[in-house]
Design a binder for this molecule. Structure first.
Ligand code: MG
Length: 367
């Protein structure tokens, strides 16, 4: 089996809430997502999706996904898409870095592998643990009252885990955390995600001010060293996200006891193959994970679900259903949230079929 064609379409994903805001005044109102297709000589097609969180979150941007596919695609024609490690080795030899470019191709090849094997991707990634995947809801940054109202609204829809977007003015952030925690039940989980937005002294003030609350602190500062300093001054559970972009830093963070939970995003790590490698190591080391991506629609949500469902439940801190944040469905067959949970289907591969009628014209076509 050989790759004969790699193509990509752009699809705009407007937000149900109108916009999504996080640290430092960063905001997106319409996500620019790329749907990647990998087609074999026999006409079988696998699909993936890559959707950066705007151009200012990770070193990734939407037009860069497409430019990268044009650069990388010609090096992969003729390769066997089922040989995933070999394919990733080839991608790394042809294009240094740019993990988010490789992510869509790798996801599409897992979809293909599942279609060939007639098995769901989660079975091929280790097996299906449990019946369903517990979801968190990201709460866009707004004044404290409005964020608390949104937490209450999403709680009424069945969510029990909430990720507050803080990383703004530290005094307002303390209010945001206090007001949100107040309306939750003891069994609910609250994560204050600063997305690198606080300086070290600001983070120190916030963690001291909320030390009496049951709240997780996620990625308070920009650098690993700043986060480690904050970590060493709080006993609240601690999550690292933006800094965990590969195995080297994960191993260093583990040795430093720098976190209790890591956030693994598929495109941050370069696809399902690389994320699975980090995921499996985290399981071996006893580290719980948020399993997700930077953003996306139905195909991303399906990929997240297969990654999460194949992870032992005790190490699945949480995941999210990005397809419910946006107004456009880019594929059928994706998991749909039910009472704060989702589950993968039994269909082969990712179990999704793109809705070509909502996708823009083909912007990348390599053959
Ligand atoms: Mg985060």
């Amino acid at each position: 089996m050989k790759i004969a064609r790699i193509f990509a379409h752009r699809v705009d994903l407007p937000l149900v809430e109108g916009s999504y805001k996080w640290s430092g005044g960063k905001s997106v109102s319409i996500f620019d997502s790329t749907i990647v297709g990998v087609e074999t000589e026999c006409g079988l097609i696998g699909y993936g999706e890559v959707c950066p969180l705007g151009p200012f979150y990770l070193p990734a941007y939407s037009a860069g996904v497409r430019a990268g596919l044009r650069e990388l695609g010609p090096h992969l024609i003729g390769f066997d898409p089922r040989e995933l490690l070999k394919l990733n080795h080839r991608m790394d030899a042809a294009l240094k870095g740019h993990p988010y470019v490789k992510s869509g191709i790798d996801i599409a090849c897992w979809d293909l592998l599942g279609k060939v094997a007639q098995l769901p991707a989660c079975t091929l990634m280790g097996g299906r643990f449990g019946e369903k995947i517990r979801l968190y809801r990201a709460i866009s940054q707004l004044p404290p009252d409005e964020m608390a109202d949104n937490v209450a609204g999403y709680r009424a829809q069945g969510y029990t885990r909430f990720q507050l977007k803080v990383g703004g003015d530290p005094d307002l952030d303390i209010q945001r955390i206090r007001q949100a925690r107040e309306i939750l039940q003891p069994s609910d989980r609250l994560i204050a995600d600063a997305n690198t937005g606080w300086t070290q002294h600001e983070a120190m003030r916030v963690v001291r001010a909320v030390s009496d609350l049951d709240v997780y602190i996620e990625q308070p500062c920009l650098t690993y060293e700043e986060c480690l300093a904050v970590r060493r001054h709080t006993d609240n559970p601690f999550v690292l996200d933006e800094n965990i972009d590969g195995l080297d830093v994960l191993l260093r963070a583990r040795a430093d006891l720098a976190m209790d939970v890591v956030n693994l995003k598929i495109s941050k790590l370069g696809g399902l193959t690389r994320t699975k490698q980090v995921r499996d190591l985290c399981v071996s080391m006893g580290i719980a994970m948020t399993l997700e991506d930077s953003w996306g629609g139905d195909i991303t949500t399906a990929a997240i679900a297969h990654l999460a469902h194949s992870t032992p439940e005790e190490f699945r801190f949480t995941s999210t259903d990005f397809n419910s944040y946006v107004t456009v469905s880019n594929a059928s067959g994706a998991p749909q949230r039910l009472n704060g949970f989702m589950q993968t289907s039994d269909a082969a591969g990712l179990g999704v079929e793109p809705r070509f009628e909502v996708l823009g014209k083909r912007l990348v076509d390599v053959f």
